[in-house]
Design a protein around this ligand. Structure first.
Ligand code: SF4
Ligand code: SF4
Length: 291
C-alpha cells in the first residue's frame, strides 16, 4: 500500500550535478515504506498521447526542474488534475503567489517541488518526509491506495525531442482570447464550450514567447524561457510581468516586442517553407562542413 506517489522528472540536461541530486533523492525515497517512486523524462517534453502518467492515482508529488506553477499547469495540460498542495519550501516574498487549483480538480492533492530550490537534496527530502508525516497522521490505514505506478520508470525515456509550447494557467486566464487572435500559427483554439485551449502546441515556434507578453493576465507560461516571469515564477502577477519586461527588454513596450517576436517567427517559418536556391544550398553545405 502506498500513501504517496512521487514522480521525479529528469533534467533535460546531462549536468552531472543535477543527476547526482536526483539520485540522492531517489535513494532516500527508496527507504520510505509508504511511497511509490517513479522517474520520467523531462515533464514538459511529455506528449499528451502518452497515458502512463494518467494512470497515477491518489496523492501525488512531482519534482521537476521547473517552477511549481509551471509544473502544476503542465500536469493540468496532461489531464493530471488535483488540488494544489502547499509546501514549506522557503521562497522569496515576491514568489508567494501559489497557483489556484486545476480546472475540474479532483479531490486528490498534488504537490509540486522545484529541484532548483536549494543546492542539496536534503531540503527536498525533508519536505517530502514532512508531507508523508502529515499524510500518515490524517489518512486511515484502510484508505491507503495501492501502489499506482507499476514501473520505476514511465514515459518514453528515449525521447530526445525537446518541445516548446505555451502552458495556460487557468487560475488566471479570463478567456479574453487575445492570444488566440495574436498567434499566427494556429497554436490556440477553443473547446466545445468556447474555452481557450492550446490546440496545436507543436505549431509554436521554438524560442518565441510572444503571446505571453500580450496576455493581460500573465496566464501564459513558457516553462523553459530564461525570464522567470515568463517561465512561471509563482509571484509573477500582471504587474510584475510588465515591470519585468520593461526592465529586461528596455525600449520596446511589451506589445511591440511581442509583435516583433511573432513576425520574426513568421519570417523564419516562411523562409523554411520556401524552396532553397543555390545560395541557400551553398550556405547549408558550408554549415555542414563546419568551416
Ligand atoms: S490572452 Fe491570456 S487571459 Fe486571454 S485567453 Fe489567452 S491566456 Fe487567457
Ligand atoms: S509563442 Fe508565438 S508561435 Fe507560440 S503560441 Fe505564442 S504567438 Fe504563437
Amino acid at each position: 500500500m502506498s500513501l504517496l506517489t512521487v514522480i521525479l522528472s529528469r533534467s533535460p540536461s546531462q549536468d552531472p550535478r543535477k543527476r547526482e541530486l536526483e539520485e540522492q533523492i531517489l535513494a532516500a525515497l527508496s527507504r520510505e515504506p509508504d511511497v511509490t517512486v517513479a522517474t520520467i523524462p523531462h515533464l514538459y517534453d511529455f506528449v499528451e498521447a502518452d497515458e502512463s502518467l494518467r494512470s497515477v492515482t491518489g496523492s501525488l508529488l512531482v519534482l521537476a526542474w521547473l517552477y511549481p506553477r509551471a509544473i502544476h499547469w503542465t500536469l493540468d495540460r496532461l489531464s493530471i488534475k488535483g488540488q494544489y498542495g502547499n509546501t514549506q519550501i522557503p521562497r522569496p516574498d515576491s514568489e508567494k503567489d501559489e497557483p489556484k487549483n486545476s480546472t475540474n480538480a479532483q479531490a486528490r492533492t498534488i504537490w509540486s517541488l522545484d529541484l532548483r530550490d536549494g543546492d542539496t537534496a536534503a531540503m527536498h527530502i525533508a519536505e517530502i518526509q514532512r508531507i508523508l508525516r502529515d499524510l500518515r497522521a490524517t489518512t486511515p490505514a484502510a484508505t491507503s491506495a495501492p501502489a499506482s505506478v507499476p514501473k520505476s520508470e514511465i514515459g518514453n525515456q528515449k525521447s530526445k525531442i525537446h518541445r516548446w509550447y505555451p502552458v495556460i494557467d487557468y487560475g488566471r486566464c479570463n478567456q479574453c482570447m487575445e492570444c488566440l487572435d495574436f498567434c499566427l500559427f494556429g497554436v490556440y483554439g477553443v473547446d466545445d464550450d468556447g474555452h481557450l485551449i492550446v490546440e496545436s502546441p507543436d505549431n509554436c515556434k521554438k524560442g518565441c514567447p510572444a503571446c505571453s507578453r500580450v496576455c493581460p493576465q500573465n496566464a501564459i507560461i513558457f516553462p523553459m524561457h530564461r525570464t522567470p516571469a515568463i517561465a512561471g515564477v509563482p509571484g509573477a502577477g500582471v504587474e510584475v510581468q510588465k515591470l519585468d519586461l520593461s526592465e529586461l527588454f528596455g525600449a520596446p513596450a511589451a506589445a511591440q516586442l511581442a509583435t516583433a517576436e511573432r513576425n520574426a517567427a513568421l519570417a523564419a517559418a516562411e523562409k523554411e517553407a520556401k524552396p532553397k536556391d543555390n545560395l541557400d544550398k551553398l550556405m547549408d553545405a558550408l554549415d555542414d562542413a563546419k568551416l
